[in-house]
Write a protein that binds this ligand. Sequence first.
Ligand SMILES: Cc1cc2nc3c(=O)[nH]c(=O)nc-3n(C[C@H](O)[C@H](O)[C@H](O)COP(=O)(O)O)c2cc1C
Length: 373
Amino acid sequence: MCSNTNTTETQSATISSSFGKNLKITIFGGSHEPHIGVSIQGLPEGITIDFHKMNQFLSRRAPGNSIFATPRKEADTPIVQSGLVDGKTTLEPLTLIIENTNTRSGDYTALRDIPRPAHADYTASVKYDGSVNMSGGGPFSARMTAPLCIAGAIALQLLEDWGISIGAHIYSIGHVKDTPFDPVMVSSSDFIPLRESSFPVLDESKGYLMGDLIQRAMAEGDSVGGMIECCAVGVPVGIGGPMYDGIEGHLSQIFFGIPAVKGVEFGNGFECTTLYGSQNNDAFFMDGNTVKTVTNNHGGILGGISSGMPLICRLAFKPTPSISKEQNSVSLTNKTNEKLIITGRHDPCVVIRAVPVVEAAMAVGLLDLLLGN
Ligand SMILES: Cc1cc2nc3c(=O)[nH]c(=O)nc-3n(C[C@H](O)[C@H](O)[C@H](O)COP(=O)(O)O)c2cc1C
């Protein structure tokens, strides 16, 4: 325990918010700070960024756009601070910010003493001892995924120029499952309707069932979790490497930086444990001069290295911690058991707004690997 940290200990407990080697992103700010932002190092010089596309991408994540999202409405307009001259990138880090305009810190005052079960209030209060502004969830807030989406929008643009396309859909909410991507035949055209949908599923009838489930949870003052399936097509053979340079480890690092992610699987994931080797192995065949596999249980990754088949993964998200149902907690100052009723504006299910966040994370992770290849 370090609740009585001295200055030296507190200083050493800095928050790491950087990811990547060749494309290094650093996310800064907080949910109820004046702004949040991202600094991106390692972008090629002289590229033009399509801000119209970036804004479209950010609006998919922005709050206040659906009945299933927190009503906190933010414009989420990125403002360039440095690294762009005449609309083109320079060799300096590209830094962009988003102003926070709709903060209601009063909603969070009580949570400093009575931590929300399943949120970061308790662990952060012990670790940072009040030296981090936790209002609105501070650096643990999902608001920090907006700067990730700025970096992701830029990475997606570069990847598209290189023939790599990324798309994602809501794979499940509770026990209701969407149709999965076809792991062999999935193509970039499958992603277009998903990007245009406020509830991106492949089977709309399943989408309605998922919506019902979320609404029932909302009516009970409760929340639900679910999974997102994400896919990249056009990834060339040979990206990644063995052991700690593998694609799975690299992408998992950025995926687990997304709040509420509790599991990541690649290819057929945990399902492979139920198969014989003869069923799980993906047979090779020649398609002209290209080596392909008949099935794609390996999700486009063998030995940490891309195989050229569609790269497929799924992320599990827990139910939103902040629910309005009464819960048991404690008073950290009085050391007593307490009842907690959370007010404020929260997503009844984080999965819907997290779809573009997962695409952004995969884009940044893959571009980082590609730039080092
Ligand atoms: C897009 C998105 C929106 C979220 N919205 C909320 C929210 O409204 N309320 C909340 O309590 N948690 C929300 N979360 C989850 C919390 O930020 C997260 O559970 C918390 O920081 C604790 O981290 P952990 O779940 O990774 O352990 C959201 C997460 C994401 C990805």
